[in-house]
Design a protein around this ligand. Structure first.
Ligand code: NAP
Length: 280
C-alpha cells in the first residue's frame, strides 16, 4: 500500500501528525491535508477537496467535529480512486445513553462510521477514548500550566489512550493487511481518576497540579467567562459527562487486537512528556 500517496486529513493534529511522521519514516508518499497543508484543504471549502485527494490510494481521516462532511468526502474519495480509508471516530458511538443525544460530535462520528461502512472501500474504524495528549498538546495543557485541572469530572475515571498508540494502529491499518472491516476500540491499560492524573502530571512535570471538580453549570460559566460561545461550552461540558458518570473507565483491547502488544500506560506517557519539556 505504500507505493501511491496516502493522504492524512488532519495531518497537523494530535493523531494525524503522528501518522504522517510514521509514514514518512517508512518512505511512503504522503500528503497532509489541512488548512495549513499544501495545497490547503478546508473541510468547509469543497473546492479544495479534489486537490487534497489527487493520486491518493488511502486516506487517514480525522473528521471535522460538528459537521456531517465525512460522507460526501468519502464518496468523493471513492470516485477519485481511493481504495482504503481509516476513520478516526470516538468512543461511545454505539453505546446508548453514552453522550448527549443532541451533541454534534457524536452525530459526526455516527454518520462518519456509517459512511465508511457503506462506501465500498476497504475501511477500518478507530474508536479511541480520551487522548493522554490532551494534557500536552490539547485544551487541557493550559490547565496543567496553571496548576489546576478544573473540570466537571466528579470522581469518574478514564482509560486515557496515548496518541502514539492510535497512530501505530492507524499506520498498520493504512499499510498492512488484516484490518479491513475492523472497528478498533482503543484505550490505555488502566483508568485514572482526574485526581490520579493530577498526581501523575505533578510527578512528571515537577509542578504542583491538583484536580478541582466543578459542577457542570459552574464549568460552563467558567468557559463562557473565558469567551466561549454558550453552545460550545455546553457541548464540551457534555463531552466530559460520560467520564463523570463512570462510562469512560472501560478498558478496551483494540491496540492489542491490531498490533499484538499492550497499550502504553499513562505514567510512561507523562514521564516521556516531562522529559521532552511538554510543560516547560
Ligand atoms: N482529543 C480527544 O481526547 C479525542 C478523543 C476521542 C476522539 N477524538 C476525535 O478526534 C478528532 C480530532 O480531535 P482533536 O481534538 O484531537 O484534534 P486534532 O486532530 O489534534 O486537530 C484537528 C485537526 O483538524 C484540522 N482542521 C481543523 N479544522 C479544519 C478545517 N476546517 N479544514 C481542514 N482541517 C481542519 C487541524 O489542522 P489545521 O488547523 O492545520 O487546519 C488539525 O490537523 C475529533 O473528531 C475528535 O472527536 C478526540
Amino acid at each position: 500500500m505504500t507505493e501511491r500517496t496516502i493522504v492524512v486529513v488532519g495531518g497537523t493534529g494530535k493523531t494525524g501528525g503522528r501518522v504522517l511522521a510514521r509514514l514518512r519514516g517508512m518512505g511512503a508518499a504522503v500528503r497532509a491535508a489541512s488548512r495549513s497543508g499544501e495545497p490547503p484543504f478546508d473541510w468547509n471549502e469543497r473546492a479544495t477537496w479534489d486537490a487534497a485527494l489527487d493520486g491518493a490510494r488511502a486516506v487517514y481521516l480525522v473528521p471535522l467535529d460538528g459537521a456531517l462532511l465525512t460522507r460526501p468526502f468519502v464518496e468523493r474519495a471513492a470516485r477519485l480512486g481511493v481504495e482504503r480509508v481509516v476513520l478516526l471516530s470516538g468512543r461511545g458511538v454505539d453505546v446508548p445513553d453514552y453522550g448527549d443525544p443532541s451533541g454534534s460530535v457524536g452525530a459526526t462520528h455516527a454518520d462518519g462510521e456509517s459512511a465508511v461502512r457503506e462506501s465500498g472501500l476497504e475501511w477500518t474504524i478507530l474508536r479511541p477514548g480520551w487522548f493522554a495528549q490532551n494534557f500536552t498538546e490539547g485544551f487541557f495543557r493550559e490547565m496543567v500550566l496553571a496548576g489546576e485541572l478544573r473540570l466537571p469530572g466528579g470522581d469518574g475515571a478514564a482509560s486515557f489512550v496515548d496518541a502514539d498508540d492510535i497512530a501505530d494502529v492507524a499506520v498498520a491499518a493504512l499499510t498492512g493487511d488484516g484490518h479491513d472491516g475492523r472497528t478498533y476500540e482503543l484505550s490505555g491499560p488502566r483508568a485514572l481518576t482526574l485526581t490520579e492524573v493530577a498526581v501523575e502530571l505533578s510527578a512528571a512535570s515537577g509542578r504542583p497540579i491538583r484536580y478541582v471538580p466543578l459542577p457542570p453549570e459552574e464549568y460552563v460559566a467558567e468557559l463562557t467567562g473565558q469567551g466561549w460561545p454558550r453552545a460550545e461550552a455546553e457541548e464540551f461540558a457534555g463531552a466530559v459527562a460520560p467520564l463523570r458518570r463512570g462510562l469512560d473507565e472501560v478498558l478496551s483491547h483494540g491496540v492489542r487486537e491490531a498490533l499484538g502488544r499492550a497499550p502504553r500506560d499513562f505514567t510512561a506517557f507523562a514521564a516521556a512528556a516531562g522529559a521532552a519539556g511538554a510543560w516547560d
